[in-house]
Design a protein around this ligand. Structure first.
Ligand code: KG4
Ligand code: ZN
Length: 364
């Protein structure tokens, strides 16, 4: 144990008062994390906030793709069927048991209310039975925290572009769990636009990976789809216009009986979305003088976006961070990382923790 001047300990140290004096000690902290906000039932065990001992994801995509998108009621039922098995697997792979777990972290919003409730109820039951802390985590905080897993030296402050199926946020990460939202989408999220365009082109759900694959065979300069700018708010986004433009383009071709090139549509659409994401992010970088920039969320697994953002950051001398694809799309490891930092800050939720489908970032 080490005496500290301040109560802030290194990231793998825990502060404790001994005879009224703040001390730091190295004690491994194991977090069991649960994520069930959409169509992935996931559990993970995280050691000291940055080491993933296990990360189990049971995807429901095969069921939902039959309907062209996530069916909330089916998602909730499938979570109930799978959650115990997924947690058991996560503990087994981490070679641990519930007796070794120090706290349970769980996504409690935003997301589908029925889906969230399954994870929240499970987390409460485990925390109550084992008499350990319960920590509710914001899903977006989880996505941002995914960057800490493989980038051990990444510490706040930094900026992060969160691009998922439900969110497009440009965030200033001021400290662990401290966020300032610089910009957000005014309508569709980036991933939602990928999904809707994929459906229109006949690619099916989930659209993002399919558009990315098809884009590689197309010309991104073939069709000039619109790139929306919000006049009074340079860091906000809007993707409903580009989505409608794609639908109109396809309709126009069909009405004239003209063939259209699916790959060119995919590549041109993807370019329009990525260009706006990068322009807004770099504009914010200039304005706020950023030296570290990260991306997160399902769309962040898009290699064209990653490469273009990396290049844009390098040009400005900004260090660029991104998680591996498995930590970009929904997973519980990222929730465990966020829960660890909340745990260290003393965040504890009560047994009345509820699912909050429209939870705002920074709210408790
Ligand atoms: O983060 P995520 O797994 O779930 C939400 O929190 O929404 O993101 C899912 C979204 C979907 O819209 C999916 O189409 C998109 O991420 N996505 C991608 C790619 N992989 C997933 N979008 C573009 N390119 C990809 N490679
Ligand atoms: Zn997500």
């Amino acid at each position: 144990m080490q005496k500290q001047e301040k109560t802030v300990c290194q990231w793998n140290w825990i502060s404790r008062k001994v005879k009224g004096v703040d001390m730091c000690e190295t004690k491994d902290v194991l977090i069991l994390a649960i994520e069930s906000s959409c169509d992935e039932t996931a559990a993970a065990v995280i050691k000291n906030g940055r080491e993933v001992l296990s990360n189990i994801i049971s995807s429901q995509i095969d069921i939902h793709k039959l309907y062209g998108g996530v069916v909330p009621e089916i998602a909730s039922r499938k979570h109930i069927e799978k959650i115990n098995q997924v947690i058991e697997e996560a503990l087994k792979e981490a070679e641990t048991t519930l007796d070794d777990i120090d706290a349970v972290g769980v996504t409690y919003g935003p997301g589908l209310v029925g889906a969230l409730l399954v994870g929240v109820a499970e987390a409460k039951a485990i925390a109550y039975a084992k008499n350990i802390p319960l920590i509710g985590v914001h899903h977006i905080e989880g996505h941002i925290s995914a960057n800490y897993i493989e980038n051990k030296d990444l510490e706040p402050p930094f900026s992060c572009l969160v691009v998922s199926g439900g969110h497009t946020h440009l965030v200033r990460v001021k400290g662990y769990g401290e966020y300032e939202i610089l910009g957000r989408t005014r309508d569709d999220a980036a991933g939602e636009a990928f999904d809707k365009v994929a459906r229109a082109v006949g690619l099916g759900y989930p659209g993002g990976p399919k558009i990315e694959k098809l884009s590689k065979e197309g010309n991104p300069y073939a069709i000039a789809f619109p790139k929306a700018r919000i006049a009074d708010s340079p860091y906000d986004f809007s993707f409903s216009g580009v989505k409608s433009a794609v639908l109109n383009y396809i309709n126009g071709c069909q009405m004239k009986g003209e063939p259209y090139n699916q790959a060119d549509i995919a590549a041109s659409f993807q370019k329009a979305v990525i260009d706006v994401l990068i322009e807004n992010a770099m504009h914010a970088a200039d304005e706020f003088g950023m030296d570290k920039f990260a991306i997160a969320g399902g769309v962040a697994s898009n290699s064209t976006l990653r490469n273009a953002m990396k290049e844009a950051c390098e040009k400005k001398g900004i260090r660029f961070f991104y998680p591996s694809p498995v930590y970009c799309t929904d997973n519980a490891a990222m929730i465990g990382v966020a829960a660890y930092y909340e745990y260290r800050k003393g965040t504890r939720h009560g047994w009345d923790l509820n699912a909050v489908p429209n939870l705002k970032l920074g709210e408790r």
